[in-house]
Design a protein around this ligand. Sequence first.
Ligand SMILES: Cc1cc2nc3c(=O)[nH]c(=O)nc-3n(C[C@H](O)[C@H](O)[C@H](O)COP(=O)(O)OP(=O)(O)OC[C@H]3O[C@@H](n4cnc5c(N)ncnc54)[C@H](O)[C@@H]3O)c2cc1C
Length: 98
Amino acid sequence: MRPGLGRSAPVRRYAARETKPGPEVDARDHARDAVRGFLHPVGTCAIGTVVDAECRVIGVEGLRVADGSVMPTIPRVNTNLSTAAIAERVSAVIRADR
Ligand SMILES: Cc1cc2nc3c(=O)[nH]c(=O)nc-3n(C[C@H](O)[C@H](O)[C@H](O)COP(=O)(O)OP(=O)(O)OC[C@H]3O[C@@H](n4cnc5c(N)ncnc54)[C@H](O)[C@@H]3O)c2cc1C
């Protein structure tokens, strides 16, 4: 059995004691058991391909998309606030157009 993560040299000086996974559990086994995916899907209507810079659907009159799907790349932050920012921006653009 390998030493727990908390007792490994790089972490030891920061951690008084390891609570999880604990010294009796192999760190690699813990990582394999605990790893999971997390859903933050974006980009299915990406700016530059499906919509233009103001989120108008290219080739369709009077239709905009304002949600996570317009993000052209996966952001480095969680997507909820970024989605809200997109919605705020698109609503401002629409108001300005009137
Ligand atoms: C489990 C989980 C945890 C998450 N945790 C976080 C987090 O902690 N922090 C964070 O920043 N982000 C988090 N996210 C991501 C965040 O929730 C999404 O990025 C965000 O909600 C995307 O907003 P959206 O408007 O693009 O899509 P959605 O919020 O999915 O909105 C789409 C809406 O369209 C409706 N809809 C779908 N099809 C139709 C249809 N045919 N007709 C009418 N309505 C329809 C749906 O009912 C839904 O209300 C999490 C996502 C998941 C799944």
